[in-house]
Design a protein around this ligand. Structure first.
Ligand code: HEM
Length: 533
């Protein structure tokens, strides 16, 4: 038997709702005792001292004092919406995931975010945007925790604290806020040149989206889908906005950041309120699950790589529509807890070392952010599948587990054997063969090329997009105090393209260096340009 507070749908029961929300016509204390006055402290006479015995005053102020929780360590500023995902059924040939079967409708909650700014920062800054989707499927929660940029800064999660420390405001002055215009950021990304590809996307128009409604989304890593017979396919996830991909220009982003710092969250909420529901198509690129895990020479475990859509077309598998605004920002948008390890049968992970670190990090940080291990019971995080777990107690335990023997099998609670297996609809990890290897701290050789894909991106841009990229690098690098950091920034650009480097160097008033690696011989990928999307 499951805990008392879960209804079969996972939604709060009537009793829960009454407990959680404002019920009844009278103002009460948290314990339900009716109040006759909430504006005056209890005093010894109207001009006398306030009495310690005023339990209402103490409760009211105590609760207020604890209203704030820590903001997310990254992606602190976000906005979210509820919606529905309807599957086309086209993915059923590669996955047994029930929510991807034809015409299945699944409730979802989507949170968009910036990465670096604090909770109160502006929406239109140059940054990556988070695009995290919680699917409340019949087989448990599936979280697709993606970004609007298809590659990541680093190839190994062990560098994540370092890149975030480098990109967050400087520790001494706490500036700059939410901008990549500073020395530590450029110092890091020019010393760790695997970041080149992601930074180039940030400096392109993708770094200043027009609206959350006009952003693509990407799962970034390669995932593994499993069909009913256990056959596997490697995939990359893509969200394609129905409205097309659109960005602001830099001057617009700057002005809006001052005039309306809530521009993106207002746009999302207003559109939904007006019935202009944003839509995306979910698609997958599929690759054979070979032992090498490469496709056309591209290492699929390297999260700084894309696979050009011309080489592996994105195949549509379903449609997402966002049709309801949250009713309480804190309860829903702030308390939602995404995790790339929230998987359902038919969707599995790969050995991408960045993904492996994420699988630890999200749960771990949420124990602090949401104060204890029971945040899965917060209504926005509850699965809509029945829950029957052996987890017990802990801070903020709201479930009343029954029975005397919290372990399986047991012979005391009416005889509870433990049976499971693929045939019971259980989540079964794919028995992937692990190559015989030595324990090492090193990256594979196939992670070493940091400039070919950035060069392909640059060559795929239209003239106006190139102009914007040159302007962005010139502005952001121009904010650095350290000459050596600017020079290293130019060296990275020289390894992408001589024209890009020369233009930025001219803007900075510095000499343009020559490339230190041979320029890659790559074809443009028209799908990367926003023009015509
Ligand atoms: C939060 C995406 C890499 C740690 C987020 C969020 C998104 C996201 C969308 C916001 C979730 C929300 O709206 O609540 C990504 C993507 C990555 C990536 C696409 C790379 C492909 C990493 C890595 C780590 C990490 C490598 C750590 C090793 C975190 C943490 C949070 C977060 C700690 C805050 C979670 C919370 O407080 O609930 N990430 N991330 N991320 N990410 Fe990542």
């Amino acid at each position: 038997t499951g805990p008392d507070t879960y209804s079969p749908t996972g939604q709060p029961t009537g009793a829960d709702q009454a407990r959680m929300a404002q019920a009844g016509s009278h103002l009460t204390t948290a314990q339900g005792a009716r109040l006759y006055d909430t504006d005056h402290s209890l005093k010894a006479g109207p001009r006398g001292p306030v009495l310690l015995q005023d339990h209402h005053l103490r409760e009211k102020i105590m609760h207020f004092d604890h209203e704030r929780i820590p903001e997310r360590v990254v992606h602190a500023r976000g906005a979210a919406a509820h919606g529905v995902f309807k599957a086309y059924g086209t993915a059923s040939s590669v996955t047994r995931a029930a929510f991807l079967a034809k015409d299945v409708e699944t409730p979802v909650f989507v949170r968009f975010s910036t990465v670096l700014g604090s909770r109160g920062s502006a929406d239109t800054v140059r940054d990556t945007r988070g695009f995290a989707t919680k699917f409340y499927t019949s087989e448990g929660v599936f979280d697709l925790v993606g970004n609007n940029i298809p590659v990541f800064f680093i190839q190994d999660a062990i560098k994540f604290p370092d890149i975030v420390h480098a990109a967050k405001p400087h520790p001494d002055r706490e500036i700059p806020q939410a901008q990549s215009a500073h020395d530590t950021h450029w110092d890091f990304v020019t010393l760790h040149t695997e970041a080149t590809h992601h930074v180039l996307w940030n400096m392109s128009d993708r770094g200043i989206p027009r609206s959350f409604r006009t952003m693509e989304g990407f799962g970034v890593h390669t995932f593994r889908l499993v069909d009913a017979e256990g056959r596997t396919t490697l995939v990359k996830w893509h969200w394609k906005p129905k409205l097309g991909v659109h960005s602001l220009v830099w001057e617009e982003a700057q002005i809006i950041g001052g005039v309306d710092p809530d521009f993106h969250r207002r746009d999302l909420a207003d559109a939904i309120e007006a019935g202009a529901y944003p839509e995306w198509e979910l698609g997958i690129q599929t690759f054979p699950d070979t032992p090498e895990q490469t496709f056309e020479g591209i290492d699929l475990l390297d999260p700084t790589n894309i696979v050009p859509e011309e080489l592996a077309p994105v195949q549509p598998i379903g449609r997402l529509i966002l049709n309801r605004n949250p009713s309480n920002f804190f309860a829903e948008t702030e308390q939602v807890a995404f995790h790339p390890g929230h998987l359902v049968p038919g969707i599995d992970i790969t050995d991408d070392p960045l993904l492996s670190g994420r699988l630890f990090s999200y749960l771990d940080t949420q124990i602090t952010r949401l104060a204890g291990p029971n945040f899965g019971q917060i209504p926005i995080n509850r699965t809509h599948a029945p829950v029957n777990d052996m987890l017990r107690d802990g801070f903020h335990q709201a479930a009343v587990h029954r029975g005397a023997a919290p372990y399986r099998p047991n012979s005391l609670d009416g005889g509870c054997p433990f049976t499971a297996g693929a045939d019971t609809g259980a989540y079964v990890e794919t028995p992937v063969r692990i190559p015989e290897a030595k324990k090492v701290r090193e990256a594979p050789e196939t992670f070493a090329d940091h400039f070919s894909q950035p060069r392909r991106f640059w060559l795929s841009m239209s003239p106006v997009e190139r102009e914007h990229i040159i302007g962005a690098y010139t502005f952001e690098l121009g904010k650095c105090y350290e000459q050596a950091v600017k020079e290293r920034g130019l060296q990275v650009l020289a390894n992408i393209d001589p024209e890009l480097c020369a233009e930025v160097a001219a803007g900075l008033g510095l000499p343009a260096p020559s490339a230190t690696v041979p320029l890659a011989d790559v074809e443009p990928s028209p799908a990367l340009s926003q023009v015509g999307q």
